[in-house]
Design a protein around this ligand. Structure first.
Ligand SMILES: [Ca+2]
Ligand SMILES: [Ca+2]
Length: 164
């Protein structure tokens, strides 16, 4: 009788790893602050509130004018390239979300707030530093701890099968 492909050496481990990576995006939404900061050359660490309503961030809170303009130009938080492209489009169009006469990208480069006239992102009057990432969203799949136990269990099963 031919051996089941599921019992081939290494297959169970591969399945366990595949399970880990297949489910990882559900609880690993990237935080794009550092990339945004680098792209625009902001003079300080940007806060979550550049895009989110609060520094706690999370799903459904990215509603500020600046991020709405980014989203309208194809920005997808899962894609670093989409941020580059959307920023380039906004810079080219000189989008001014808060209508204060200064384009959003120029405001970010200068440490000013693109979401409010007269607001500052850097220096005096800047908001408090975010303690955590901006994108702590509720997991759509298993919680990270659950995925870890799942992988550990699958690896244990693979090890037991190998002994037989
Ligand atoms: Ca402006
Ligand atoms: Ca402004």
């Amino acid at each position: 009788m031919p051996a089941s492909p599921l019992r081939a050496p290494g297959t169970s481990l591969a399945l366990a790893l595949a399970a880990l990576f297949a489910t990882a995006p559900a609880f690993a939404i990237p935080d794009r602050r550092e990339q945004l900061q680098a792209e625009v050359g902001a003079p300080c660490d940007l806060q979550c509130t550049v895009c989110h309503t609060t520094n706690a961030g999370g799903g459904g809170t990215a509603t500020k004018g600046f991020v709405q303009e980014l989203l309208a130009r194809g920005f997808d938080v899962g894609s670093a390239a989409s941020l580059v492209d959307a920023l380039a489009a906004m810079e080219g169009e000189e989008v001014d979300s808060d209508g204060d006469g200064a384009p959003d990208v120029a405001e970010l480069s200068a440490g000013d707030d693109p979401n409010s006239a007269g607001g500052a992102l850097c220096g005096a009057g800047a908001p408090a530093t975010a303690e955590y990432g901006c994108a702590r969203v509720a997991p759509r799949g298993l919680p990270a701890e659950g995925a870890g136990w799942l992988v550990a269990g699958l690896v244990a099963v693979a090890a037991l099968r190998r002994r037989r």
